[in-house]
Write a protein that binds this ligand. Structure first.
Ligand SMILES: [Zn+2]
Length: 147
């Protein structure tokens, strides 16, 4: 079921696809690179296809596949960016729809923990559309190789 006012599941609200298109898509999940103006290159959003806020509302099939799709996406972001770790951020603040931000972190990054997340996603100024699209293609390739 979709919520007609939700950016994540209503095509009437979300008129712009992720940079480079979806990098992964199945019956329960889809994955796309974050919009270039929002976050550093490699920042990837895993979202449920159904309008559900968190694990409490997920079906058995969604719960059973979430860890696997998360692991595959973390591996793909790691391969595509060469990062040392993949941070996660999920607040469901703007929309009560499950979306997990996966944010690359390097040992050379000047910030750690929540400060890194704020810098990468809120105050850092994002990346270029070209870089987002190129990184999305590498993440898609890595996800395809992991099947
Ligand atoms: Zn939704």
């Amino acid at each position: 079921m979709t919520d007609p006012t939700c950016w994540f599941c209503s095509d009437d609200v979300r008129t712009d696809p992720p940079p480079g298109g979806w990098v992964y898509d199945d019956a329960h999940w889809r994955v796309g690179h974050a919009p270039a103006s929002y976050a550093v290159a490699g920042t990837t959003i895993l979202e449920s296809r159904r309008h559900v806020a968190d694990e409490r509302g997920m079906s058995d099939a969604e719960r059973a596949t979430l860890a696997d799709v998360t692991a595959r996406t973390v591996e793909a972001v790691t391969r595509a960016t060469g990062c040392d770790r993949v941070y996660r951020w999920a607040t469901m603040d703007a929309y009560a729809h499950f979306h997990l931000w996966l944010v690359p972190w390097w040992e050379t990054s000047p910030l750690r923990g929540p400060r890194r997340l704020v810098d990468a996603v809120v105050t850092g100024g994002g990346t270029t559309p070209e870089r987002a699209t190129e990184t999305a293609a590498r993440i898609r390739d890595a996800l395809s190789a992991s099947v």
